[in-house]
Write a protein that binds this ligand. Structure first.
Ligand SMILES: [Zn+2]
Length: 233
């Protein structure tokens, strides 16, 4: 049993099976990705394939949660960040994400904003490089507030990541339905923040494939929106 999120904020139990061979996955992936035009089913981000990166760093999500099914109709294209929200435990245990408390931004928004920020962070020469770093660091700082929002984080593990992963595992195994409202209460303000280091390659790729052509006005608009939101906190 795994724990996952949907964009609206509810938590759902989620089951997965073992994956199948790489060749089959690749053929299946190519079909689904092309059908969906490399567009994330959840956040609508559209990537682009290349000779080196056939997937454009997009992934497949099994609609019914069963990754053994080989029917393309059972899959949708998702970006790695939206996919992580569906496999929360994996996301935390992989070490590629931080768990932050940021109730002022939705899970869907944080996916969109952080991907754009991370892509700029890979471009030292970008006009808004410094601003992007600053805003990303603001998200990182929200990690500290997780402990105050979750007073029951266990302390039996060595690292903070292990503790949080353990915590979500415990919550996932709660079968008593009367406890579900409490679980949502604790987890409602939490968001996954992709780590810049873990997604350096993807971010650079997405910058070249997608964001490079963004006009500066679009970046300005995004940065202004973010400043507004922070000051409302
Ligand atoms: Zn997405």
């Amino acid at each position: 049993m795994e724990l996952s999120w949907n964009a609206e904020g509810d938590w759902e139990p989620f089951c997965t099976q073992a994956a199948f061979e790489w060749q089959t996955v690749r053929e299946l992936a190519a079909e689904v990705l092309q059908r969906d035009l490399y567009t994330c089913h959840r956040c609508s981000f559209r990537s682009r394939p290349s000779r080196q990166v056939f997937s454009g760093y997009m992934q497949l999500e099994a609609i019914g949660g069963d990754y053994d099914v080989r029917d393309p109709q059972e899959y949708v294209t998702v970006c790695p960040f939206c996919h992580a929200n569906r496999h929360l435990q994996w996301a935390l245990e992989s070490g590629n994400f931080r768990l932050i408390a940021a109730p002022w931004i939705s899970r869907l928004e944080i996916v969109t904003v952080t991907r754009a920020l991370l892509s700029v962070i890979t471009q030292l020469e970008h006009l808004y490089y410094a601003e992007a770093v600053q805003l990303y660091m603001h998200f990182e700082k929200c990690e500290a507030s997780v402990a105050t929002l979750i007073p029951v984080v266990p302390t039996s593990k060595d690292t903070r990541e292990e503790n949080l992963a353990h915590f979500t595992r415990l919550l996932a195994s709660v079968v008593d339905e009367s406890l579900y409202p409490n679980r949502d209460l604790y987890l409602h303000p939490l968001r996954l923040l992709p780590k810049a280091k873990a997604y350096k390659q993807e971010s650079n790729y997405w910058y070249q494939a997608v964001y490079k052509s963004y006009p500066l006005s679009k970046w300005e608009k995004m940065l202004a929106w973010k400043q507004e939101r922070i000051s409302e906190q």
